[in-house]
Ligand binder design. Sequence first.
Ligand SMILES: [Zn+2]
Length: 353
Amino acid sequence: MVFPREIIVGHKTLDQCSDLCSRISKGQNALVIVDKDTKKIAGNKIIKIMKKADYNVEEIIIKNATVPQVNKVINFATENHSEILLGVGGGSVIDVSKLASHELGASFVSIPTCASHDGIASPRASLKHRNGSVSKTASSPLAVLADTEIINKAPYRMLAAGCADVVSNISAVLDWKLAHRLKHDEFSSHAAVLAETAAQLIIDHSDEIKPEVEEAVWFAVKAMIVSGVAMSVAGNTRPASGSEHMFSHMLDHLGPGIMLKRKKGYHPLHGEQCGIGAIMITYLHGEDWELIRDTLQKIGAPTTSEEIGISKKKVVEALVRATEIRPERYTILGENGLTEDAAKALAKHTGVI
Ligand SMILES: [Zn+2]
């Protein structure tokens, strides 16, 4: 089990990159993984800092989080004897870097340029394929270097979605506890408490999480790292992924055709979908779903199907079919999922549709 050994979160922290690398690895061959945007945002600067500290630095630009891109990085890193992989970017770059370093057994440093989901420090990565996305086992990063000044420049909507993803730990843990009681699923109270603590951090600071407040980035990133550690402790994603995530993955699976016409070109983010799912799933558990909804509203994350541009019909369909995503993962949705009437009543009662 890998835990991040070093976590640096703060203003203008990129400069600490080479020192950080020297503490976590003896290797001198570094590979900086970026996409064409994050290369300009932080990648070029990281390369400069690493070269100044006498590292042999190579760079690879990836397009998206897919199997061919992971293989491209693995092959390039093997040819160049890369010992330290620095993933500089958003979800896709971090996920590809995480999987490649896991495969190579190389040290991985996660350098997020935005914070749109809890993958910054988690041991899982999600890859895209034709019918949505698939979650893969990887290792947590050995270190996380988060420059709050850089993340603060990313669109605020991404940060709000990342916070919503962490808030959804509340319903994920409720599902996990239920599966433990009913199906004897392995349960770690330590992991559950960590996941809840991460969500609580966002709930407690929801008044301070708003656009252009650099401190908001600090709270969000800290909560995401705690969430990632919770998954490492559990050895799976249960502390941060329950039926609200199955609902979100089903929305992805249903495809872009589910979008309302007037919201064309708008892509709901993972965390936004999970946050909306968490409102409904927490209600099903008979817990304080209004607290989830109010927190999301305060931080400016969507709470209705209208806001994310998905039709009411598709929200109901995703609820009904959510259990198809991970049939082996027992949740409040049971083994066969909700009926259409129940799903409709749930979505209406919680104001999602
Ligand atoms: Zn998530």
